[in-house]
Write a protein that binds this ligand. Structure first.
Ligand code: BV8
Length: 235
């Protein structure tokens, strides 16, 4: 079974949901987290991406996210993102549920996007919750309303996921005929519980397929950009 099989399933499906992870953005130049060149290979996530790090190690926390935000500025969505946007325009997919915080799906043109882990390009005060401009965070400012600590609207380890994004993704995946999981190790809870909630066909597009423990109906090993372009040929 190959890319043409997936294309056939997509054409027969009344409701297709895409679930993406960091592997969807590595071809844009953004490191993922757990592969050989990932962020967590050199940094312990608990020291920079958790509620504790925000509370107890704010300078390191802020430096990590300022660096991530800066590196994002030089990157753009790639062909794979554009194909997913085209598929939405053509009515071939219902929702992109993403763990990614780079907003590349929206930049590429997808309208129906659920950000399960928030984003790193909008900022709020940790104390009073008020939104503040990105520049304040990049300039090491404190909250103009309460002098509290500023932080990106990303879901840190130990924080709950945004209710609306979670509920929408769960609902759409539960009623989907086809769920296509792209570029994620499925190691992070609770997003890694979503694929098994689907009653429809389950497809995995990933560079590393050794580690997965979900029962996929079809596995296409390779990079997101290449595999999506291959599938797109049959649509
Ligand atoms: C919560 C910060 C509950 C944001 C992230 C012990 C056991 C089980 C669970 C836990 C545990 N201890 C704690 C937990 C819960 C914890 C968790 O799951 N920890 C795991 C790591 C053990 N989860 C949480 O804390 C979540 N919250 O559970 O709250 C709760 C309830 C009540 C009250 C309070 C709390 C919150 C989840 C945290 C989300 N934030 N990081 C940031 O800076 O980004 S998670 C982090 O991993 C990223 O955000 C990312 O979104 C996420 C998932 O990673 P992936 O996207 O899968 O990336 P990864 O590198 O892992 O994989 C990429 C894959 O792509 C690889 O397989 C690679 O081969 C492939 N690839 C690479 N390039 C390509 C490619 N494939 C195709 N093409 C390519 N070109």
């Amino acid at each position: 079974m190959t890319a043409s099989t997936l294309a056939q399933w997509m054409l027969q499906s009344n409701s297709t949901v895409i679930l993406t992870g960091a592997g969807m953005s590595t071809e844009s130049g953004i490191p993922d987290f757990r592969s050989r060149t990932g962020w967590w290979k050199n940094i312990d996530p608990r020291t920079v991406a958790s509620v504790e790090s925000l509370q107890q190690n704010y300078e390191l926390f802020r430096e990590f996210y300022q660096m991530r935000i800066k590196s994002l500025a030089d990157c753009t969505p790639h062909r794979g993102h554009e194909i997913l946007a085209d598929w939405e325009t053509r009515g071939l997919l219902k929702l992109v549920a993403t763990q990614n915080v780079d907003r590349f799906h929206q930049q590429a043109g997808n309208k129906a996007v659920a950000e399960l882990h928030g984003n790193i390009v909008t900022i709020r005060c940790q104390a009073c919750g008020k939104p503040l401009p990105l520049g304040h965070f990049m300039d090491n400012a404190v909250c103009t309303y309460c002098k509290g600590k500023l932080r990106p609207n990303v879901v840190l380890f130990g924080e709950t996921l945004p209710q609306e994004a979670w509920n929408r993704s769960l609902k759409e995946i539960q009623s989907a005929d086809l769920v296509i999981v792209i570029g994620t190790s499925l190691e992070v809870y609770p997003v890694n519980q979503l694929p098994a909630m689907s009653k429809g066909k389950l497809v995995y597009i990933n560079l590393d397929v050794a580690g997965n423990s979900q029962n996929f109906d079809l596995i296409l090993q390779g990079t997101a950009g290449e595999v999506l372009a291959e599938v797109d040929k049959y649509l």
